[in-house]
Design a binder for this molecule. Structure first.
Ligand code: ADP
Ligand code: MG
Length: 249
């Protein structure tokens, strides 16, 4: 290849952000020559590498932004612990159609039953197919919402959150919250209603949610919005931690 061609190619590929292609087109061209590949096959091999690298980078970015704990994924999750019906549901949910329907996922179960691990693993599976996920504990989310409200930045925070396909709120109702905190949570859920998916985990069944939202009217309104389009997973199984401890005894 002559110098002028090389300079222009590098410049144009850089300009169009085809950085992987810029790095590899020369080497692949030599290989294509040796293997007598057609022009089309050569172009395809360059673009395939560019595409692969882009997907990888996007996935890394989404994972980082999601704040999901990386070690809680499908590979480390023993799905066979769960009842068959739930396993089937999880497989369906991993495909992500519920996101397009703006459906919510509610995971109930006693402490240690694997709620957090399950929603995190699902979150990572969804990132694999390019979805934007935001993971937070309920307590942390409330802190963020309240701070934003105090600084008159609540609309901005809600807008930022609304850009995610799924918000995972772990452990709703675990810590007793003040009424004002629950009001901002309600604002978020109302804002999200029919506009985006929420995944919620809780140790408390709906019948005890009045403890969370304090006010009966607000409790009813919150439950009503959350369950309107939702899939409920009940992990009525023993604690994983407890079983592990027993096995060691
Ligand atoms: P919960 O949120 O319901 O209290 P966690 O998801 O935090 O439960 O699970 C408790 C611990 O047990 C975590 O360390 C988690 O990784 C592990 N664990 C729970 N269920 C499973 C499972 N099915 N396979 C592998 N590890 C599990
Ligand atoms: Mg948990």
């Amino acid at each position: 290849m002559d110098k002028e061609t090389q300079i222009k190619l590098n410049e144009y590929l850089g300009e169009m952000n085809l950085t992987t292609a810029r790095k590899i087109y020369g080497r692949l061209a030599e290989e294509a020559n040796q293997n007598r590949l057609s022009y089309e096959k050569y172009l395809l091999s360059v673009l395939e590498q560019e595409r692969l690298e882009r997907h990888k980078r996007r996935k890394e970015r989404l994972l980082k932004e999601s704040r999901l704990p990386l070690e809680k994924n499908m590979d480390t999750f023993d799905i066979k612990r769960l009842p068959r019906k739930i396993t089937t549901q999880i497989n369906t949910l991993s495909a992500g159609a519920f996101i397009d329907q703006k459906e919510n996922i509610l995971v109930f179960g006693n402490p240690g039953s694997g709620k957090t691990h399950l929603v995190c693993a699902l979150g990572q599976a969804l990132i694999d197919s390019g979805r934007k996920i935001y993971f937070t504990t309920c307590a942390l989310l409330l802190q963020e919402l309240l701070l934003a409200k105090k600084e008159l930045k609540l609309p901005r925070l809600l807008k930022k959150i609304s850009r995610y396909d799924v918000i995972i709120i772990d452990d709703i109702g675990y810590v007793q919250q003040e009424k004002e905190e629950m009001e901002v949570l309600f604002t978020l859920l109302a804002d999200r209603y029919e506009r985006g998916s929420v995944m919620i985990t809780s140790n408390l069944p709906f019948s005890k949610w009045e403890k969370i939202f304090k006010d009966p009217v607000m409790t009813a309104a919150a439950i009503d919005r959350i369950i309107h389009h939702s899939v409920i997973l009940e992990l009525n199984i023993s604690s994983y931690r407890m079983n592990q401890a027993k096995m060691r005894m």
